[in-house]
Design a protein around this ligand. Structure first.
Ligand code: MD6
Ligand code: FE
Length: 216
């Protein structure tokens, strides 16, 4: 058994470079998991999760909400950031301080000092939900990295290159894993494969993903 754990240990280092500019910090968010999940509940009690519609007219399988000064939205008019939640017509909920602190610390650990997110997109995946390959390019300045926090059920993350047709690597993102990426890989294509059913002690049948960005 010890050998089995040793083998897992070596194949899953605490820190792993995924590409030039992209770092996976395994389990980095576990120490603040309860505060993060409480934040997700608080935010979604004010701006509920909803399945947004793509410009092409498809309803997304991932349900979303946001907190912070800017929120990412999509509808028939396109993708964009906006200061108000179109469902409530109010500002997005404030970004909880534990969210901001984790994002800034993780960014610094990955080599991005001074990151100050103004947007946190919260994705909720239920079994069967997926996110097809895309680039994050609705932000104003690509010099800022993106910090991504996974909570709950594990998911397979696809990470490619600057072209949609580039080969993709696959990584399993577990509860508490944090990915920071920017620099040369800031515009790399990425996605999440269809979530498998499961039962996580902290979230039940759900995966959450928090992505922190500097939008404006
Ligand atoms: C997800 N994440 O992990 C989807 N985008 O559920 C993203 O699309 C993403 O994790 C930009 C940067 C980090 C990400
Ligand atoms: Fe993305």
């Amino acid at each position: 058994m010890d050998d089995l754990f040793a083998a897992l240990e070596t194949s899953e280092p605490a820190r792993q470079d995924l590409a030039d500019g992209a770092v996976l910090l395994r389990r980095r968010a576990v120490p603040c998991e309860s505060d993060l999940l409480e934040g997700v509940r608080l935010v979604s009690s004010q701006s509920p999760f909803r399945n947004m519609v793509t410009p092409g007219g498809f309803s997304m399988s991932v349900a979303m909400t946001n907190c912070g000064d800017a929120g990412w939205v999509t509808d028939r008019r396109g993708y964009r950031y906006q200061g108000n939640d179109p469902e409530t017509d109010k500002s997005w909920p404030a970004m909880p301080s534990v969210f901001r602190q984790l994002a800034e610390e993780a960014a610094a650990e990955a080599g991005y000092n001074g990151f100050s997110p103004d947007a946190c997109l919260i994705n909720r995946y239920e079994p069967g939900a997926r996110m097809s390959l895309h680039q994050d390019k609705d932000e104003k300045d690509f010099k800022n990295p993106i910090v991504s926090v996974s909570l709950g059920l594990a998911a397979t993350f696809q990470f490619g290159g600057l072209k949609r047709t580039n080969p993709v690597a696959k990584y399993v993102l577990q509860h508490g894993d944090v990915v920071v990426w920017g620099g040369p890989s800031r515009l790399f294509y990425h996605g999440i494969l269809t979530l498998k059913d499961g039962d996580h002690p902290r979230t039940g049948h759900v995966r959450y993903n928090l992505t922190f960005r500097r939008a404006f």
